[in-house]
Design a protein around this ligand. Structure first.
Ligand SMILES: [Zn+2]
Length: 237
């Protein structure tokens, strides 16, 4: 932890929150933040350059139609999570060498989560949780222990999953696939594409959310709390 990480593979001088208490809330600087660095967060592509990245929140191509990341341009995850994802890519390549994992979002600072939450403040908070996690309840994305992703071809073209990333309707629910297939609103090919993604992610113990075909958790929230630190703010890269 003392070692200065390489700039290309890790965040430097990042500000982190080592507790989950509300004393150290978003936007509040504390001296502990400035002396800690997140040496365990790594650039996924430094572990496996075959994994493609298109961070949707660093562009306006997302459900908020807003650029939410000011500096974050690529995918960072906890090192052990990135290593597991690298094995998923190897497994996918062994099935079809033309296919790649394509990451839409990885570590997400709590400050960004708060920005999303605030931008949707016209929606009552009870309802809002359907679209964005309440920043008070830390998301596994805040630890770099969750990843949003799809599969793409060698040119970066995403496979057809039958619903877009960040689609909030039931058509995006893995639990509703049989229903939508019977209604003719999802094709067997679209479901097979989702199944392929689940199969490669499950091979390394990632767990899919029942309401988002693209979201995979690397561990439980309790495990994350004991193993990892939370990224409070976008680091200065
Ligand atoms: Zn997600």
């Amino acid at each position: 932890m003392q070692q200065e990480p390489e700039k290309s593979s890790s965040f430097r001088k990042t500000q982190v929150n080592t507790t989950t208490s509300t004393d150290n809330v978003v936007g509040k600087d504390s001296s502990i933040d400035s002396v800690l660095s997140l040496t365990d967060l790594v650039n996924v592509q430094s572990i496996n350059p075959s994994i493609f990245v298109d961070l949707k929140y660093s562009t306006t191509d997302n459900f908020m139609k807003m650029k939410l990341y000011e500096r974050l341009k690529t995918a960072y995850l906890q090192k052990d999570v990135a290593e597991r994802l690298s094995k998923c890519q190897a497994y996918l390549s062994s099935i079809d060498s033309s296919l790649h994992l394509l990451i839409y979002d990885a570590v997400r600072p709590v400050s960004t989560q708060a920005k999303m939450w605030k931008a949707l403040d016209s929606i009552p908070s009870k309802e809002r949780g359907k679209y964005v996690s309440n920043p008070a309840n830390k998301s596994l994305h805040n630890f770099g222990a969750a990843v949003d992703l799809t599969i793409c071809d060698s040119k970066g073209k995403a496979l057809d999953m039958g619903a877009q990333f960040d689609e909030f309707n039931e058509i995006a629910y893995p639990t509703m696939e049989a229903h939508f297939l019977s209604k003719g609103l999802l094709t067997q090919q679209q479901i097979n594409n989702r199944k392929l993604l689940r199969k490669v992610m499950k091979s390394q113990g990632f767990r899919n959310l029942p309401t988002e075909w693209w979201h995979f958790n690397a561990c439980s929230r309790n495990d994350a709390l004991t193993k990892y630190k939370i990224l409070d703010k976008e680091p200065k890269l």
